[in-house]
Write a protein that binds this ligand. Sequence first.
Ligand SMILES: Nc1ncnc2c1ncn2[C@@H]1O[C@H](COP(=O)(O)OP(=O)(O)O)[C@@H](O)[C@H]1O
Ligand SMILES: CC(C)(COP(=O)(O)O)[C@@H](O)C(=O)NCCC(=O)O
Ligand SMILES: [Mn+2]
Length: 867
Amino acid sequence: MAHTGSSSMHRSSSRPQLLDLSKAEIQGNVEEKYPSILLPNQSHDISYLALDIGGSLIKLVYFSRHQDQSTNDKRMRNVKNRLGFPSNRRSYPILGGRLHFVKFETRKISECLDFIYSKKLHFGGGESRYSDGSTELNAIVKATGGGAHKFADLFKERLGLVLDKEDEMSCLVAGANFLLKAIRHEAFTHMEGQKEFVQIDPNDLFPYLLVNIGSGVSMIKVDGDGKFERISGTNVGGGTYWGLGRLLTKCESFDELLELSQKGDNRNTDMLVGDIYGGMDYAKIGLSASTIASSFGKATSEKKGLEDYRPEDISLSLLRMISYNIAQIAYLNALRFGLKRIFFGGFFIRGHAYTMDAISFAIHFWSNGAAQAMFLRHEGFLGALGAFMSYEKHGLDDLMVHQLVERFPMGAPYTGGNIHGPPLRDLNEKISWMEKFLQKGTEITAPVPMTRPGTTGLGGFEVPLSKGSILRSDASALNVGVLHLVPTLEVFPLLADPKMYEPNTLDLSDHSELEYWFKILSENLPDLVAKAVASEGGTDDAKRRGDAFARAFSAHLTRLMEEPAAYGKLGLARLLEMREECLREFHFFDAYISIKQRENEASIAVLPDLLMELDSLDEETRLLTLIEGVLAANIFDWGSRACVDLYNKGTIIEIYRMSRNKMQRPWRVDDFDVFKERILGTGDKKPPPHRRALLFVDNSGADIVLGMLPLARELLRRGTEVVLVANSLPALNDVTAMELPDIVAEAAKHCDILRRAAESGGLLVDAMSTTLDSPRENSSSVPLMVVENGCGSPCIDFRQVSSELAAAAKDADLIILEGMGRALHTNLNARFKCDALKLAMVKNQRFAEKLIKGNIYDCICKYEPAN
Ligand SMILES: Nc1ncnc2c1ncn2[C@@H]1O[C@H](COP(=O)(O)OP(=O)(O)O)[C@@H](O)[C@H]1O
Ligand SMILES: CC(C)(COP(=O)(O)O)[C@@H](O)C(=O)NCCC(=O)O
Ligand SMILES: [Mn+2]
């Protein structure tokens, strides 16, 4: 161990040095390329904060870092060592945490100050940042927007914060560039009520026009990182709509004004071409009778006062007037510089369908389809994010898209009210909020109004059709979740074409498909809640949490039914993962724990018989029996309604036998013969064994013990190293990486092959006589190892896997994906650089029909050799 720091280390008040480096020392091997550095005096919950204080709204972005939760299990460390895995690759400074987005009205700045105070963001999230207990006053916070100048004294007085001012335009650009490069589903088009995400190639992003519609409007030509020019702007912006609208309608909030517009009819206020031409089109220049000739023009010709106009009509006319005007100026500027792509940001847009449609229509209309309007999910947070990025060396700027995981926890975003805050941290608060929500009824699920196709025509005067009468209390807060930064996630290196990779097999943008899965997940909910509550001892507290979980998950489902693209592009993997995340949010960490244990024990008890039976078979029959075994045992899936109903009809072993007896080839997809040829060869030709196989295991119990482990054993016997890849966190009855070493140890008691391989792979710590440094020399077997996949879902998205798995993949030439979640719902069509075997039983009738024109309990054995 080498000391790299001393306790007298210089302490500065500048934000980027929030890390307390005193007594820092290198942990582990100094020779390592990225040795990990231990910061013993560092508070574990440091925060960075950046502000954008605009004319109308204050936007706040803050980062909270949490204690590194990676396992320090001895067995896991052994495996990491064997894989040559650098234990902590990024030494400085961010190891993971969350990025939160919050906004307040500038006129209510006190709420913002209170919020910063209550979250202790003014001194870095902890009570005390320094080991000696002192708190630093006059900490520096990055801030942009006019208010950074205007309110500097207020921040100093109230919180002791010094605002370090950053240029507003630079921040907007930095924020937009970061989002467009780092967030997968950030940009989207919105035409005639249809939202579509746009895949942005980070290498082909520039140039573009950024139109930020805040109180006023800025138009910026962006040519690269830090390369931009503000080419235009207009004083007719969001402030104009809100200001004029307030005067003319007496609305008390922006949202109220926007809601009014949904019931408006602008024919009463706008002068149309038809009004001038006696109901006729002005065909010669291509203007229809319904084209707006003059916004608010009707108000000139009649002897009416303000009170004679409906506030609804005024709001709509105003919204269209301003949206069209901004879009037209944007288009002219795009034309001036030959820019094809225009991104619109700023909170004027507020995720409001009609506003986006109006802007899109105008851009399309004026450019004759040559230019396209795109919107950003973090619309109003560009400046604040840019200010946040301006901290030097906090390590966020080079985060990649695969290192960010967005989650949508329940809590404040739904509460509306004054503070548009982040999710409620406190569990109790969250539960009581969910309880209150039940009384409040539908507000939580009220859809963001959509427009009927064709209602935004530049010339059209139709009334926008809104499905709901109220705007969601804070739609934008719902459109952006909390960004979890996980620097240890990587793209799976064996993906053949990461850019083209799409994990989901089914397209949920097909509404009937979405409806079906919505129904399935809703129907399965009571059973899941019962299991979850039981897993926590069935206490009153557990019941209360169970109720809250059910409500929260139903609310997410309903929200997604109304607006499938609300949280980014929706796939089944996301839905299934959301269910697991939601359970964890209400502190159910392993709902199926006792079921898993019971099934593991029952399966281990019959393992010796199975192994004996296998060993009595010739090579060819054995391989077939092994694959059959995997498919048959995949029936133990507590996520499938049909299977759960089955379990009531027999013991685990009875069901397993029944399932095995029913195995009849050919399976619905049956590439077994090709796989067999690769493993056993034909005639005298004996192919070399695979070097290393990654086995992506699925369920606990029979699935792992009687299915995958015997297959692993066969590969080991043939000289292939085996890495069992399992979930990092529980999902349904899936086996986790933490649970596997014990299961392997139990199985190893009945099998020498497994025992030697597990020993060699460092899985049997207690039995190991060898040291960590020279594992291979003393062992007589190829190793069996376990790595975690980085997920807590029944599916797997290969764009975001643990760096451990990525390291293990480097030497692998065979991967075996098992189960419906990992091999069918996701990855059925995924292509890999190495040989891939996909094994699963289909446990859902409709899915079987759709996917393979087959039936429930049909099996799939799909083998795809590397090219
Ligand atoms: N809750 C709200 N209160 C006030 N204005 C809002 C609200 N939500 C959206 N807006 C709109 O967003 C505009 C402000 O957008 P923003 O991007 O925050 O700009 P600024 O930095 O100028 O405050 C307002 O002028 C208004 O049109
Ligand atoms: C959640 C699952 C993907 C898990 O399947 P597994 O990966 O364990 O084979 C699967 O249970 C599933 O798709 N269930 C659908 C719901 C149902 O049919 O009831
Ligand atoms: Mn499973």
